[in-house]
Design a protein around this ligand. Structure first.
Ligand code: URA
Length: 218
């Protein structure tokens, strides 16, 4: 790889601490994450839901954690939130197939209620245990742009003091790297909201995705 400005400035890293960053190709990282036992979430989950998309993608989208449908499919953003997100990407002129989609936490966390599996938020310890995989994906892709979907991704990348209500829709540097972050609403939060707030959040998601698209084209 030619020595680029990005490589001289250092790799993009989450602001929250990561003890050790695994290395390898995306398929090697995916295989290693499949066998991950860094926290107990692997046990009840169907499988690890690693990131998906081309290694040369210039935009990486980081969500929170897979849901029930992602757990079964082994792919990020294939359920209702993913459908909203993919439609928004297309409306913003971005082809989802050319982007890299991943999550802060790579396993579905749930509470079983009869046959239903109710989503539960990953704890701070579970998020920390999963951070090396996100750091490894960032290291491997070195994307121009990261779109953080929701507060969990925003705080992982930008630090605990980051607030979506203040920092949404702004182009922010990712540490000392040449990667830029824009944080926006998580599609699940939009699905949960009621109009007129829902409509406003949806419009802001489109604006923020358009900003990301313009930034990588510039
Ligand atoms: N929500 C997320 O944050 N990620 C997914 O992959 C699906 C829903």
């Amino acid at each position: 790889m030619p020595a680029s400005a990005a490589s001289r400035r250092g790799p993009p890293r989450p602001a929250k601490p990561v003890d050790e960053v695994p290395t390898g190709s995306l398929s090697e990282l995916r295989a290693a994450a499949d066998a991950c036992r860094r926290c107990p979430l692997w046990r009840p989950a169907t499988q690890t839901v690693f990131g998906a998309g081309p290694a040369r993608a210039r935009i990486m989208l980081v969500g929170e954690q897979p849901g029930a449908q992602e757990d079964l499919a082994g792919q990020p953003f294939v359920g209702p939130a993913g459908q909203l997100l993919r439609a928004a990407l297309e409306a913003a002129g971005l082809d989802p197939a050319r982007l890299y989609l991943t999550n802060t936490v790579k396993h579905f966390k749930f509470e079983a209620r009869g046959k239903r599996r109710l989503h539960q938020r990953a704890s701070a310890g579970e998020q920390a245990a999963c951070r090396p995989w996100l750091a490894a994906e960032l290291d491997r892709l070195r994307p121009r742009m990261v779109v953080a979907l929701g507060a969990m991704a925003g705080q992982t990348l930008l630090g605990n003091t980051f607030r979506l209500t203040m920092g949404r829709g702004q182009l922010l540097p990712l540490g000392e790297s040449d990667t830029t972050v824009v944080a926006t609403w998580h599609p699940s939060a939009i699905l949960r909201a009621r109009d007129p707030k829902r409509e406003e959040m949806h419009r802001q998601l489109l604006d923020d995705l358009q900003l990301a698209a313009e930034h990588v084209r510039a």
